[in-house]
Ligand binder design. Structure first.
Ligand SMILES: [Zn+2]
Length: 160
């Protein structure tokens, strides 16, 4: 896929996000927390940081601060208890892969309650990607719901 097409698609995905009000950001800007760069209307990982970039806090870091999630993942079942470490590694790798391409997709929080793991993500894509990655690797049952249209994903995976 060409860079222009990728940009158009990324723009479309975030344009309705209350945290992505691009009027607020000067072009270019750089996030003080994570270093992501806002340039040509989208957020990208850019090296080196463009000269004169305006310091901001990016939408992902704001969502993390506010704990305003766009996706919610619940993992459970006996299989989870026995394979927690490898499953958590897979989830971390999934986050890294997704972040490389879509810099605003981050894990906000992981809560391990033994029998269950609860994960919140900044946007719906990463929640879905985590569910799909775990399902692809370990089978089990995966359910993905979008209770408020496509702006929020609720993901459930179970394997006993
Ligand atoms: Zn940031």
């Amino acid at each position: 896929m060409g860079n222009r097409m990728r940009k158009d698609r990324l723009l479309k995905e975030y344009i309705h996000d209350p945290y992505f009000t691009k009027e607020k950001y000067r072009d270019p800007s750089v996030c003080k927390k994570c270093g992501v760069v806002f340039r040509d209307g989208i957020f990208e990982w850019v090296e080196p940081i463009p000269e004169g970039a305006d310091p901001i806090i990016c939408p992902a870091c704001r969502r993390i601060e506010d704990k305003y999630e766009g996706g919610y993942v619940v993992l459970e079942g006996d299989f989870l208890k026995e394979h927690k470490e490898e499953i958590m590694n897979l989830i971390k790798n999934t986050e890294e892969d997704e972040m490389a391409f879509r810099p605003l997709e981050r894990i906000i929080d992981v809560k391990d309650e033994g029998e269950k793991i609860f994960i919140t993500t900044t946007y719906e894509h990463l929640a879905r990607r985590i569910g799909e990655a775990v399902h692809r690797a370990y089978k089990g049952d995966l359910t993905i719901q979008y209770p408020e249209g496509w702006k929020y994903a609720r993901v459930h995976w179970v394997r006993n």
